[in-house]
Design a protein around this ligand. Structure first.
Ligand SMILES: [Cu+2]
Length: 135
């Protein structure tokens, strides 16, 4: 009897671990089918395709879109739409580094020089993305 009871206690702990592990990767499965139909296929198919926009959402532990292309002189705005805090930090340290962004907070940076700028979230370094600046 006592052994059986112990075995039951283990189950919630394993479930908790599975949920934590799920945070580490893209969870596109969480997107409702209806929403996926009405939105452009940015999350799944085109994660490497550059998108011409000056707004980047931080959502589901990822920058979306992951790669954006802008002309030199463009200001990009990142907005944290997660319940967790994130940062926007140039990967070879230097050019830009946001403070910790809590839910709903934004960070802006103006890209004046052409080039490829990789960045990440220092709190979750697996969150990487790129800004491509054209002349
Ligand atoms: Cu983060």
């Amino acid at each position: 009897m006592r052994y059986e009871f112990r075995a039951r206690l283990v189950i919630p702990a394993v479930t908790g671990l599975a949920i934590l592990a799920g945070c580490g990767g893209p969870t596109s499965a969480a997107t409702p089918p209806a929403a996926a139909e009405s939105m452009p296929p940015a999350a799944g198919s085109g994660q490497d395709a550059p998108v011409a926009t000056n707004t980047v959402a931080i959502q589901n532990f990822a920058f979306s879109p992951a790669t954006v292309t802008v002309k030199a002189g463009t200001t990009i705005t990142w907005t944290n739409r997660d319940s967790d805090a994130h940062t926007v930090t140039a990967m070879p340290a230097g050019s830009f580094h946001s403070p910790t962004l809590n839910t709903g907070q934004s960070f802006q940076y103006t890209f004046t020089a052409p080039g490829r700028f990789d960045y990440l979230c220092t709190i979750h370094p697996f969150m990487t993305a790129t800004v491509v600046v054209t002349p």
